[in-house]
Design a protein around this ligand. Structure first.
Ligand code: NAG
Ligand code: NAG
Length: 185
């Protein structure tokens, strides 16, 4: 009998603790999908570029109507340590986009993360990977973007990287040029 009472007490305490837990309700403005590939590996690069065409087709067709596809970075860019390209999706297309990426990413690793003002957190703890995890360079991420939020706008937002990373292997592929004090991701 005492055992049952004890168990009930533990259960009640646990319930109260769960009720008291604080859940962050900060606003998610959209989501990024970063498709990673190894530019020195031809088959992997071809798969990545073919997948990019497929994503573009989905956008044209209207299946991912609130997504935009960014230019290919043929080398490291910002926090991304291997070649990559980004798709930014608003919430209104996220179910379709996530389904498409989950089902079709093949052998490619995709980093999926939310866009809030807390860029570092978005990439370190809130992120998810499809395929094997590839490390990111967290040093260039900002703790708080404040007014430099990425809203997935088609007019490309100017983003900044420290010069040491910004110059890496991307001849003309990326329209996001270095400018002072801007967000990364
Ligand atoms: C995402 O939403 C923002 C804010 O409503 C809008 O300005 C932007 O154009 C949208 N992007 C896409 C790709 O639909
Ligand atoms: C993934 O890799 C395997 C083994 O190399 C290959 O047979 C397959 O076609 C690749 N998948 C895609 C979608 O390219």
């Amino acid at each position: 009998m005492a055992k049952i009472f004890q168990a009930a007490l533990v259960l009640m305490t646990a319930t109260v603790l769960v009720w008291c837990k604080y859940y962050d309700e900060s606003h998610v403005n959209g989501y990024h999908f970063h498709v990673y590939f190894f530019s020195g590996v031809q088959r992997n690069t071809q798969e990545a570029l073919a997948f990019r065409d497929a994503i573009q087709q989905q956008i044209y067709k209207g299946n991912l109507r609130n997504c935009i596809l960014k230019a290919v970075n043929t080398g490291p860019f910002g926090p991304h340590m291997v070649a990559n390209y980004e798709t930014c999706c608003n919430k209104s297309s996220i179910a379709e986009a996530l389904s498409f990426f989950m089902i079709n990413h093949g052998n490619l690793t995709v980093l999926f993360h939310p866009l809030t003002r807390y860029e570092r957190l978005d990439h370190t703890g809130r992120e998810m990977f499809l395929g094997p995890r590839i490390p990111i360079d967290t040093n260039v991420l900002s703790d708080d973007l404040q007014d430099y939020l990425d809203m997935c706008t088609t007019t490309e937002q100017v983003k900044v990287y420290p010069t040491s990373v910004a110059t890496n292997g991307n001849p003309g592929g990326n329209s996001r040029k270095a400018a002072p004090k801007q967000p990364l991701s």
